[in-house]
Structures are given as structure tokens and as C-alpha cells.
Design a protein. Sequence first.
Length: 183
Amino acid sequence: MLTIPQICELFERGGHQMYSGEPVNQLEHALQSATLAEQAGAQPELVCAALLHDLGHLLNPQGETPSARGVDDTHQYFAIPYLRGLFSPAVLEPIRLHVDAKRYLCATDAGYWSRLSEDSKRSLELQGGVFSAAEAAQFIARPYAADAVSLRLWDDQAKMEGMATPGLPHFSTLMSACALVTA
């Protein structure tokens, strides 16, 4: 299990890496996602999930734009074992489900796919493609699926060059408030 200082160190050490063909780096993307969640009035656990949803990219680096090489890095699952014990399912499940939320949104929102970045479109195919109507219904009935959909929408928006956000110390305090254990 990671500690909050170790999570911050991961962001400080690897956060400068660009976010797969987007005009932001990994840290900027995380901070923007969390800021958008906070601005929307999300519960602290969902703001924490928004911050950490792509931590798997830093824990298991696959180089720049793995989807362009046909690689699904399964980042949505990779961080969970490192965060289990530190955070509740209210943080962990939206992280785990945020890729399936993209598959769901593509199935249920006619304009969603066209708003995806090129890398998100490419990775969608590697991640299983658009859900069928039955798969979409099964997904949205799952606990935390609605939170994952919200997280996904913030994730999609969190690619704005130069967006002002609070810094990592602000969200470190939030992570501490959401933690199950003192870390």
C-alpha cells in the first residue's frame, strides 16, 4: 500500500511526463481532473478519485502514447492494489470503472465519441470498444458507476493547456481527509 507522501512523490517524480498526445502532462491532467470535480461540488472521495484516476500510468509507465503501438496499459486496474487499504471503495471504484464509463458514454450519448481525443478513440478499441445496450445497462447498474461517469467527463475536459488549479499540497490535504489510515 502506498502512503500519501509516496503518491505525492510519484506525481513530483513522473508528473512531468506528457499525457499521451495531449497538451498537458500527467500532473496537470490529475490536478485539472480533481479541480473540475471540486468545482462541480463532488464529494471529497470522488475528488480524490479524479486526482488519482490515472496513477496507474505513473506506476506502470509504458512510454509515450502506448495506444499508438497497440498497447492497452490497463492503467485503471494497475493502481488499485497500491491504493487498497488506504482508500475506501468510494475512491477506488470510480478509478477502476472510469475506462468502462467511456465505453458506456459512447453507447448512450450519440455525440460523445466525436468529442473524444484521438488517443481516447484509439484506446477505446483496445479497451473493448463501445458497450452494447445490454452491457451499458449492466454497467450503469453497478455501484459507483454513476461516479465513474462523472469522473470520466472531468477526465475528458482535463486537457486544457494553462488551466489554473490548486497545487498538489491542496489535494494532498484532501487525500489525507479521505484516507482510511493515517499515512
